[in-house]
Design a protein around this ligand. Structure first.
Ligand code: NAP
Length: 377
């Protein structure tokens, strides 16, 4: 049973520990939960800053609904960082509901989110709890840009892009959990929102995005469709939303795209166990260990949304740095409100929709993690 209001599940992981950094910064006591107390202790001692001044406890538990429900009971908010979420997320969502907790996670996996909404959205709503997946750099930054664009009356069509400096899979920059989640995308549908319906991207979709921040077009992919089409599906202001992700400083995205083509040609129809082995092999060969803490000199992002209406047109841009550190900040910003049940929405909703995109942007801006501009076109 948790004795503190916020649970961080995946406490030995890169993003879980960055979330704890921010909780400590904000003087919020927390319960660190994971499958090995010894590993959590060791990793926290190595990576979490200001631990000596933190109020926290560690709970070891297996990954099952029963054990996690017991571990979460007593808390108010669960911050879940155990991914790939298509493998582990639904169990954690069910446990958080059983324990009467609001639920946040760091997924960007559209297929998992669709299932979470269908299976648990209404149950969370009835319980008066928020189910807010994807409270993370991807895709809260893009959604903040989209929500800023939607402040202009008449906007009903959105195109968004998350453009990041590309990961160097073998040296630094991307975690084991992220790499596994990226390659799991091959198995998922990638949808965009078109006239209020979710429509599957054509196989092999790629775009070259031109943005005033860059001299050259940025090779980009639907990247699983992103979270935004799902979040905007029931927004009466929005008829369509198409989102992309690109890496602007290297060719990693082209490699990922080529692997996607190979997946379709060779692995798509294999039994799940064979596919699991293929993904495991790719993850092990690309991300051998946990990367170092991000640096502001290297980890930078540009997320933008173009909004159009009949006459109105607007471009909103959010410049960011250190996307994993920012993810920890977003989890903490959301937890601060949810500890007090201060949410505009319950059930399935994004952090922007439930907690206000201006609040989240302000939290990031005040800490030097983001800067937004809005330009009428
Ligand atoms: N959308 C975004 O912008 C964004 C940003 C950051 C992270 N993420 C996502 O968040 C997830 C975590 O990323 P990360 O960087 O923190 O990865 P990570 O460093 O690899 O951490 C993964 C965590 O999950 C735990 N875990 C793995 N398998 C488990 C299992 N079977 N049972 C219980 N716990 C298990 C690990 O515990 P052990 O230490 O015991 O193995 C670890 O605590 C990924 O899916 C990633 O894509 C997304």
């Amino acid at each position: 049973m948790a004795k503190y209001p916020v649970v961080v599940y995946g406490a030995s992981g890169y993003t879980g520990m960055l979330t704890m950094d921010w909780l400590i910064d904000q003087q919020i006591p927390f319960t660190a939960v994971g499958r090995s107390a010894a590993r959590i202790k060791e990793m926290m001692a190595e990576r979490v800053v200001r631990l000596e001044s933190a109020a926290y406890e560690i709970i070891e538990t297996e990954h099952s609904v029963e054990s996690l429900s017991r571990a979460f009971k007593g808390a108010k908010v669960v911050c879940n960082t155990v991914g790939p979420f298509c493998n582990f997320g639904l169990t954690t969502i069910e446990a958080a509901l059983n324990a009467g907790c609001h639920y946040l996670d760091t997924t960007g996996e559209q297929g998992f989110m669709t299932e979470a909404r269908e299976r648990f959205g209404e149950l969370y709503r009835q319980a008066g709890l928020l189910l807010a997946p994807s409270t993370a750099y991807m895709y809260t930054f893009s959604e903040i840009a989209a929500q800023l664009a939607l402040e202009t009356p008449g906007i009903d069509a959105l195109e968004t892009a998350a453009l990041c400096r590309g990961p160097r899979f073998t040296a630094s920059g991307v975690t084991v959990g992220s790499t596994a989640s990226i390659f799991e995308l091959y198995r998922q549908k990638h949808c965009y929102l078109w006239e209020n319906e979710l429509v599957e991207h054509a196989f092999g979709t790629q775009v070259n995005i031109v943005d005033p921040n860059f001299v050259q077009p940025v090779f980009s992919l639907p990247w699983g469709g992103t979270s935004l089409p799902l979040f905007f599906k029931d927004d009466p202001r929005v008829r369509s939303c198409i989102s992309y992700v690109g890496f602007y400083d290297n060719d990693v995205m082209k490699t990922v795209h080529a692997l996607g083509q190979k997946w379709d040609a060779e692995y798509k129809d294999l039994p799940k166990e064979h596919q699991d082995a293929v993904i495991k092999g790719i993850v092990e060969s690309t991300t051998p260990s946990m990367p170092p803490r991000e640096r502001t000199t290297t980890q930078r992002t540009v997320d933008f949304a173009i909004g159009r209406g009949q006459m109105a047109a607007v471009r909103a841009t959010v410049h960011g740095i250190t996307s994993y550190i920012s993810t920890g900040a977003l989890q903490t910003a959301a937890a601060i409100k949810l500890i007090d049940n201060d949410t505009r929405k319950v059930g399935f909703a994004s952090a922007c929709q439930a907690l206000d995109h201006r609040y989240l942007l302000g939290f990031l801006e005040q800490r030097g993690l983001a800067r937004a501009t809005v330009q009428q076109l």
